[in-house]
Design a protein around this ligand. Structure first.
Ligand SMILES: [Zn+2]
Length: 212
């Protein structure tokens, strides 16, 4: 797996929120851990969350998200262009096309609506990817307990509570669902997880990039 570095992101001066994330693609890929996360969670819990980020890397989630986002934007711009050239924009003058400044309010409205629909699509992909990265983490670490306790601490720190009803607005599945899925996975696989993929949990990835 290629990731340039695991970096500590110092945000404790501004907030108590904690987060781990992967950013960039290819050679620019980095994993960021906030200092709040590193200080609040145990080493094993941090490991479980880093394994989740490794899942995003190994499964090429950032690239897939970028491609989908690009497609969504292309569709929105295609529709806007069609609307402009066919006089479908509210308030527009006659035959000025894109040069018409009166287009602005109507275009802004369409853009906002397009973005809202687009978020449904990208959010659905994003939540699917989070679930896949969770699964990757449990297999990689070989057990789910540190993930579960780490997630509990994270949701306490971030004060983010949401349920199925408001799920569509977020890029992550509800924390309770993720913990429940982890428990399910443990019940289904029991002690066999650890021996399933033993080669991943050892070696260079777990030692060399320990954040300080
Ligand atoms: Zn994630």
């Amino acid at each position: 797996m290629r990731a340039r570095a695991v970096l500590e992101w110092r945000i404790s001066g501004r907030t108590r929120q904690a987060n781990a994330l992967v950013t960039g693609i290819g050679a620019t890929r980095r994993i960021l851990l906030t200092d709040t996360l590193i200080s609040a969670l145990s080493e094993e819990e941090v490991e479980a969350l880093v394994a989740h980020e490794f899942g995003h890397c190994a499964l090429h989630h950032v690239a897939k998200r970028l491609i989908l986002q690009g497609l969504v934007f292309s569709v929105i711009f295609f529709c806007l262009n069609f609307a402009v050239h066919n006089g479908l924009v509210w308030y527009a003058g006659e035959n000025l096309g894109w040069a018409d400044l009166n287009l602005l309010p109507g275009l802004f409205l369409y853009w906002t609506c397009g973005r809202a629909y687009g978020t449904f699509i990208t959010g659905a992909l994003s939540r699917k990817q989070e679930k896949a990265a969770d699964l990757y983490s449990w297999k990689l670490v070989g057990r789910v307990e540190p993930f579960v306790t780490g997630m509990r601490k994270l949701s306490d720190l971030n004060l983010i509570v949401f349920d199925k009803g408001s799920e569509w607005r977020y890029m992550h599945p509800p924390t309770a669902d993720r913990i429940a899925a982890a428990e399910e996975f443990r019940k289904a696989h029991g002690g066999t997880i650890a021996s399933a993929e033993p080669t991943f949990a050892t070696g260079s990835t777990s030692n060399q990039e320990k954040p300080q």
